[in-house]
Design a protein around this ligand. Structure first.
Ligand SMILES: Cc1ncc(COP(=O)(O)O)c(C=O)c1O
Length: 391
């Protein structure tokens, strides 16, 4: 039998990050700066609560939309932190990480032929998820000369009669940019004027530096009714493997996601939801300490990259990535990352893995121990010197 995958997967390629991650695993003494997850153990008290829940029998199916206490705690968080009221029964859904929330939103709200504005470069799951949903991805150029923020003129000119959804992601992966309040307001205004639904991916909300303050998009005028806020426990509490995320929105928008979620996964891991609940309700020192450590590494990575001739860097203000410009080396980002991988055993991700506008950049994750970063930048420096024939 001649086996062929379905038409809807025809243009879907595996994630470039996963590919580099897999390559990195095979090479001994590799320093892996390709990963998108904190190198911290989640708060111990939260893990203990998760284990206790499992031993107490919380190993059965949970309600489709999530464990009630967790939904209530999330609603309380939104009230306190964003000044927004959501109904715990119909306006928040617990999902398998932010990844499922994004996929559900697109599957549930996009019709074949609808245009979805996505950041380019942008997180790797946006474009394939839009395509699987039958939508047409439309790239918003995210350019270094604009500080890796969308230009309002670009966004305005890209909206057509077919535009239905816009995805925003601040603090941003892969660039580390954050939006100021006025910038967010300007985008929100266009979304409202042009009647778009916005998927606001805020999974890095707690990882910001230099006194920046995260603003939830849904809290802006006219935005609550048209925004799905995607969040996750993966980055804030270093719980990537527990797979707990969530999505908030008005009930008209959440209802179709709920339906899709029901048939896709039935519900999310019950005991992992209790671990997430304990993380959310317990002391938040863990998050502060983790962000303080990321901040040290961020400044170090920025300093070291600027010391190596050829790199040009924007200082990231959020998340745990730095996205240097490598055009001076006259190589594609794929060639450049292969060179670092094979010659000096440092794994990074080519900017092209995040979209065509990512070409000319590499994503370096500083979610690795400080000493590892020191060694990695020494190795990178050596590779560049060799490249220039100085060694
Ligand atoms: C921008 C962004 N959104 C969403 C996710 C999904 O994370 P998770 O599914 O672990 O919550 C990631 C993970 O790297 C990300 O970088």
């Amino acid at each position: 039998m001649q086996f062929k995958a379905s038409e809807r997967l025809k243009n879907i390629k595996p994630s470039g990050i996963r590919r580099f991650f897999a390559l990195a695993q095979e090479i001994p003494n590799m320093i892996n700066l390709s990963v998108g997850e904190p190198d911290f153990t989640p708060p111990i008290h939260a893990l203990e609560e998760g284990c206790k829940a499992a031993l107490a029998g919380k190993t059965h199916y949970a309600p489709t939309n999530g464990v009630a206490e967790l939904r209530e705690a999330l609603v309380e968080k939104a009230r306190k932190e964003y000044g927004l009221q959501y109904d715990p029964d119909s306006e928040v859904l617990i999902t398998v990480g932010g990844t499922e929330a994004i996929f559900l939103a697109l599957m549930a709200l996009v019709n074949p032929g609808d245009e979805v504005l996505i950041p380019n470069p942008g997180f790797v799951c946006y474009e394939p998820s839009v395509r699987v949903a039958g939508g047409i991805p439309v790239s918003i150029p995210i350019l270094e000369e604009n500080g890796f923020k969308p230009s309002i003129d670009d966004v305005t000119s890209l909206i057509t009669r077919k535009s239905r959804v816009m995805i925003l992601n601040y603090p941003n992966n892969p660039t580390g940019a954050v939006l100021a309040y006025d910038e967010l307001k300007a985008i929100a205004k266009i979304a409202a004027e042009r009647d778009l639904i916005v998927i606001s991916d805020e999974v890095y909300e707690k990882i910001v530096y230099d006194g920046e303050r995260h603003r939830c998009l849904a809290a802006l005028p006219e935005m609550r009714e048209r925004t799905l806020i995607v969040n996750s426990f993966s980055k804030t509490y270093a719980m990537t493997g527990l797979r707990i995320g969530c999505v908030y929105g008005p009930k008209e928008l959440i209802a179709p996601l709920w339906l899709c979620h029901q048939y896709l996964v039935a519900c999310v891991d019950t005991f992992a939801q209790y671990a997430a609940l304990a993380a959310l309700k317990g002391p938040q020192d863990f998050v502060k300490e983790m962000v303080a450590e990321f901040d040290k590494r961020r400044l170090f990575a920025f300093k070291r990259l600027n010391e190596i001739e050829g790199f040009r860097c924007v200082l990231p203000k959020g998340a745990f990535y730095i996205f240097p410009n490598i055009r001076a080396f006259n190589m594609s980002s794929e060639e450049f990352t292969q060179l670092l991988l094979k010659k000096v055993r440092v794994a990074t991700v080519p900017g092209s893995a995040f979209g065509s506008y990512g070409e000319g950049y590499v994503r370096i994750s500083y979610a690795a121990a400080y000493e590892q970063l020191e060694e990695a930048f020494n190795r990178i420096e050596k590779a560049i010197k060799r490249l220039k024939g100085c060694l």
